[in-house]
Design a protein around this ligand. Structure first.
Ligand SMILES: Nc1ncnc2c1ncn2[C@@H]1O[C@H](COP(=O)(O)O)[C@@H](O)[C@H]1O
Ligand code: 2PH
Length: 167
């Protein structure tokens, strides 16, 4: 596990947002507003929204996007914040990779590599997901994903983006 400096420094983070139940666009935009109003979080950039073919069991298309945050909190505290925002917007966990009103994933936290029981950074499946890499490449093309050592702009070229369409 990485050493964590909790000295109140502002860190750069990338998160992924997804929804395929209810009024997805309103949910995603309100989730961002909630995050932006949270002490210790500054919303720095938001990608376009993308309509994406669901990966996993048959289910409706998703609306996906990514955002960049500055945060003055630990990765674990940020995960707790993301989970509480999911709950606020009615997220119920039924089946893995199943439909949901709101999914918030922590993708990148500076250049940190971290694995605990409850949190893995970078997100372990981000490099294979066009629904993450396409919006992330829009707002952070030069960010180097620290496990692969490749920039997001390079990673997105290696995945099939045919199921991802800008709204
Ligand atoms: N990087 C991560 N971002 C979000 N959630 C994570 C991460 N690493 C581990 N987790 C755990 O996954 C569940 C949430 O799963 P979802 O089905 O993606 O919502 C969460 O409880 C974290 O402990
Ligand atoms: N197009 C699309 N497909 C998806 C999406 C998504 O946002 N967009 N999220 C998933 C993730 O499911 P889950 O959060 O249960 O798993 P994870 O821990 O691998 O992120 C599964 N499939």
């Amino acid at each position: 596990m990485a050493e964590w400096d909790n000295s109140g420094v502002w860190r750069s983070c990338a998160i992924a947002l997804g929804s395929n139940l209810g009024d997805s666009r309103t949910t995603l935009e309100n989730a961002l507003k909630t995050l932006a109003q949270t002490p210790g979080i500054i919303l720095q950039a938001v990608s376009s929204w993308y309509v994406t073919k669901a990966v996993g069991p048959p289910q409706p298309d998703y609306l996906n996007g990514c955002a960049l945050l500055s945060v003055q909190m630990s990765p674990e505290a940020l995960l707790e914040t993301l989970l509480s925002v999911e709950a606020k917007f009615g997220r119920v966990r039924r089946e893995p990779w199943g439909p949901r009103t709101l999914d918030l994933d922590l993708l990148l936290f500076d250049d940190l590599i971290l694995q605990t029981q409850s949190l893995q950074i970078p997100h372990p499946r981000m490099n294979e997901r066009a629904f993450v890499l396409v919006p992330l490449a829009e707002i952070a093309p030069d960010w180097v994903e620290p496990v692969s050592g490749h920039a997001i702009a390079q990673l997105v070229q290696a995945v099939d983006c045919s199921g991802v369409h800008r709204l």
